[in-house]
Design a protein around this ligand. Structure first.
Ligand code: ADP
Ligand code: MG
Length: 245
């Protein structure tokens, strides 16, 4: 693990109208860290993740990606997003394109990678997520777990330095959760920097370097999984864990 800082969030605030959703959020993510964000629904986890790849813009505070303070006025957000990949709860694959066409789309059309090179990389990624034999099928022929693994390959095709996951397994049938989590675990073991919103406490316990517990727009507690799950310092963390474990 390296000491290089990939993400710094400094006093981030975000409101939707009168609703103050993120309140003075501070966070640091180092290279190869796996940070799991946990907390009740509505606590602001998705909004925080969306602020990290600029699908939402903060009201105040700083978001620093690999040393650069990102502002709408000074940065091409599409370029920044190439460094920060995101996988959502619902997989938005293009239904009329095959699996491999889905994976090469952004590298070819956004990054202008030569098609042959993009295909070669896409094949490596599909092999990595265990779906090379599905490369020429259409998404409708895939299970939810397979679709989500294609979505992961598609995000990786842009060669991001950081991967964000927003409840990537919550829309899946229970028997399909494991295959997606093991793909994510492999990615973590390869050293990818990851921020993962999840309700899978087993995954957080096993894979996270840090667990961040959010409540009502604030970070209540940050700890190594061992500490946070077994000896939470804050009563609110304890109450939340009691309700989910
Ligand atoms: P979580 O992911 O922890 O469930 P969210 O970040 O999705 O929480 O939402 C935090 C709060 O912000 C919720 O009350 C939600 O209804 C509200 N919210 C999220 N996105 C929007 C939006 N685009 N417009 C208005 N309110 C929103
Ligand atoms: Mg959410």
């Amino acid at each position: 693990m390296s000491d290089s800082i990939m993400i710094t969030v400094d006093k981030l605030n975000k409101s939707f109208g009168d609703l103050h959703v993120l309140k003075d959020i501070d966070m640091t993510v180092k290279e190869s860290d796996v940070v799991c964000l946990i907390g009740a629904s509505g606590s602001g986890k998705s909004t925080l993740l969306r602020c990290l790849n600029f699908l939402e813009m903060k009201d105040s505070g700083k978001v620093i990606i690999e040393g650069e303070q990102i502002e709408r006025e000074t940065h091409d957000l599409n370029k920044v997003r190439e460094k920060v990949g995101m996988v959502f709860q619902h997989f938005y694959l293009f239904p009329h394109r095959t699996v491999i066409e889905n994976v090469v789309d952004a590298p070819v059309h956004v990054k202008k990678v030569p098609k042959a090179e993009a295909i070669k990389h896409a094949e490596e990624l599909l092999r990595k997520v265990g779906l090379i034999e599905k490369k020429d099928v259409y998404p409708s022929k895939l299970s939810g777990g397979q679709k989500q693994r294609v979505a992961i390959a598609r995000a990786l095709a842009m060669k991001p330095d950081i991967m964000l996951f927003d409840e990537p397994t919550s829309a899946l049938d229970p028997e399909l959760v494991g295959e997606v989590l093991s793909t994510m675990k492999e990615l973590a073991e390869e050293g990818m920097t990851m921020v993962v919103v999840t309700h899978e406490m087993g995954f957080a316990r096993e894979v996270a370097d840090w667990v961040v517990y959010m409540h009502d727009g604030q970070i209540v507690e940050v700890g190594h999984p061992k500490e946070l799950f077994h000896a939470p310092k804050e009563q609110r963390t304890k109450d939340f864990l009691d309700s989910v474990l």
